[in-house]
Structure formats: C-alpha cells, structure tokens
Design a protein around this ligand. Sequence first.
Ligand code: AMP
Length: 215
Amino acid sequence: MNIILLGPPGAGKGTQARILVDSRGLVQLSTGDMLRAAVAAGSDVGRKAEAVMKAGGLVSDDIVIGVVSERLDAPDVAQGVIFDGFPRTTPQAEALDRLLADKGLALDAVVNMTVDDEAMIGRVAGRYTCAGCGEGYHDTDKRPKVAGVCDKCGGTEFKRRKDDNAETVRARLVEYHAETAPLIGYYENTGKLRNVDGMADIAAVTAAIGAVLDA
Ligand code: AMP
C-alpha cells in the first residue's frame, strides 16, 4: 500500500507516519528528513537546499524529485511507502505519478490532514524529538513521562529543528497555501483523497487514518 500524508507543517504527518511504520510495516519517505540528512552530510544536494530550508521556502522541484526517484529504487519500497512532505507542488505530484507508473507501483490513498493554521504555530514551535530514536515530543502537549528521558528508547538527548520557530513556520504556512494546498483538488480529481481531522488527539487521528486505509 502506498499513501500520501498531506497537510501543513505541524499537521502531524511525521507523527502518524512513524505510527504507520510500526503498525503496518510501511516505509516512511520524508523528503524533509532526507534533505536535512543531505544538509548534515554537506552533500551537493544539501548545499543547494540549506538556505532555502532555513528560510522556510521550498527546495526546487528538480532536486526533490531526484532525491525521491533515487529513494524509490531501493528494494524496501516494495513494503509500501508513506509519502510525508512530498509531493508539495503540482509538478512534484505529476512527477510522482510518472515515477510510480514507471516502477509499476500504484497510489492507494491520499490522506488530507485538516487543521487550523494558528494552532500549527504553537504545535511546531513547541516540538522536539529524541536524538536517539526520533520519537516526537512537545513542550506542553506531549512531554516524556519522566522529564528528560525518552519514553521509547530511554535516551536523554533531544533536538529541535532549526526551522521550527514561529517566523519560519509562518513562511512555511504561506508556501503550503500557495504551492501545496492545490494538491487537494489534484487528488480529489483522482477519487483518492480522504479528509481526516488533524486537530483531534494523536490516537484519534491514528484511528481515523486506520479506518481510511482499511476501507
Ligand atoms: P518538512 O520536514 O516536511 O517540514 O520539510 C522541511 C523543509 O524541507 C521544508 O520547509 C522545505 O524547505 C524542504 N522540503 C521538504 N520536502 C520538500 C518538498 N517536497 N519540496 C520542496 N521542499 C521540501
């Protein structure tokens, strides 16, 4: 099963993707994670992407499509893929259609996580992850059970993304509405779009996505 999680920054795409990896054995393909890894590695792609990511803009379609195309050549994608943060523009959606067709893969569902913009600023500005296992936390909404210790792996180091500040989130929301929101119509036309209330709590969103995927 191959699915897209669609929604603005803070909608919960990464959180739900991680849950789907654990519960359904799917592979998470997060272009944001892949680009951050490229920046950390100082690769060609990373050097081209760094400044635009820091400003909350979108990395060029050519670069992102290249990264995804390469990733889709790995054998583990046969388990099924959750596209998280991709596609983000109409040219990316069209490229994904071509890539999937070339590889004999199909898209099963597009889950559109509907949320309020203003709430996303608080969600994103307060979030952080375990440096060891990547489990996500939030300053007020989801603290570790024991302060300073990851519930999942027991790690004690945490990190925050450089672009998770109120100013950059606003820029990312503007990009979302200008470039990514049109994909709602694009996928509505394919009959594959399903809306899920992303303002509900994490377990309720997981249940709603599960119902979509099982339908
Ligand atoms: P994310 O982790 O999905 O919030 O992405 C973080 C940043 O990486 C975005 O603000 C963009 O600068 C860049 N990025 C991630 N995915 C894409 C994409 N599909 N197209 C363009 N830029 C992207």
